[in-house]
Design a protein around this ligand. Structure first.
Ligand SMILES: [Zn+2]
Length: 342
């Protein structure tokens, strides 16, 4: 009974995760939508708002004219007082007009400009937990922990990092992509954990990294991520699972474009979607709940990115995926999205 319930939950999570891409594809392929941004006298255009949501003004903070931020130059991304990462639409008299995690317009003051050569994305968040392990471990929490370890390791190596999601809140794919577009980093990695494997994989971890099919740089980044992740996780002799076509791969939608929105909408930046291990597999979920293993994963991601940035190593694990049907569902959009306090 419990097993059935858990299995159903995994399936639901998988479907939700898959549709994130599809939902986002529709919003990404929709022409620019007119949106009213708070504190602006005129309307402004932004591409991150889904076409299905009516224009909204969000009063997040008052904008005292005496609190103008000190700027050394045009800020692309700021971190709010509460730690939320916000792409800047423009600088206004008393603060920054930004895009919120739900893809809305807002104005903040007392925010800190940030920049980096790498952007990292912790998948899911808030009321979108992603896949959930049989031990209760959620992707939203695990992905963020691993992402923070990767950020710390990259910073120790001297590379500046900007996160898309810095806490446990929802964030649309469009808002994540807006951070990437604002920073225009040399590399972008979206960190996830997988569910619904095909079966056991005695030879080791069933890690998968997805690349942008039109980008040789994205392919090399993904190959290096696959190489480092598998190398790091292979140290643990557990009962791994996988899809039959695990490896460095791609997925195409019915329009011939990249299926997953997080790498499709970040074209122009070498991007990779990494499914590090299977959170749905009990032995892997137990392993992934260990803080030391979360650190190992994060450091493997960081090592791959450093190799991408500093060498011409080609990476490995390249495979031809078998065809998959596109699941239906919803997720990654702005429906009922509630922004965190800014
Ligand atoms: Zn995920």
């Amino acid at each position: 009974m419990l097993r059935l319930a858990v299995g159903t939950l995994f399936l639901a999570s998988t479907l939700a995760a898959a549709v994130v891409a599809d939902d986002d594809g529709r919003s990404a392929s929709t022409p620019v939508t007119t949106t009213t941004v708070l504190a602006a006298e005129t309307t402004t255009t932004t591409a991150v708002r889904p076409a299905t949501e009516p224009p909204t003004t969000t009063a997040v903070l008052p904008v005292p004219t005496s609190a103008a931020p000190a700027l050394a130059g045009p800020a692309k991304v700021v971190v709010s007082r509460s730690g939320v990462v916000l792409p800047v639409v423009r600088i206004e008299g008393g603060g920054y007009a930004v895009t919120t995690p739900c893809g809305k317009g807002a104005t903040v003051t007392q925010a800190t400009p940030v920049d980096g050569v790498v952007v990292l994305d912790a998948g899911h968040g808030g009321r979108e937990p992603g896949a959930v392990g049989p031990n209760g471990l959620t992707e939203r929490a695990l992905n963020l922990a691993v992402t923070n370890h990767a950020k710390a390791a990259l910073e120790r190596a001297g590379f500046g990092v900007v996160l898309t999601r810095s806490g446990d809140y929802r964030m649309t794919i469009g808002a994540r992509a807006a951070v990437v577009k604002a920073v225009a980093p040399k590399a972008f990695v979206s960190i996830h954990h997988n569910a619904e494997p095909d079966g056991p994989r005695p030879e080791g971890p069933g890690s998968e990294t997805y690349y942008q099919t039109a980008s040789a740089d994205s392919k090399r980044l993904s190959g290096l991520l696959y190489e480092e992740i598998v190398k790091a996780l292979s140290a643990y002799p557990i009962a791994w699972v996988a899809d039959r076509d695990a490896g460095t791969k791609y997925r195409i939608n019915d329009r011939g474009d990249d299926y997953y929105g997080i790498i499709r909408t970040t074209k122009g930046t070498p991007s990779s979607l990494a499914e590090l291990a299977f959170i749905s597999n009990p032995p892997e979920a137990e392993l992934l709940s260990r803080p030391d293993v979360q650190q190992v994963e994060g450091e493997a991601v960081a090592k791959a990115i450093v190799r991408y940035l500093t060498t011409k190593d080609p990476g490995s694990g390249f495979t031809t995926p078998y065809p998959r049907d596109s699941p239906a569902g919803s997720g990654g959009g702005a429906d009922n999205c509630v922004d965190p306090p800014l």
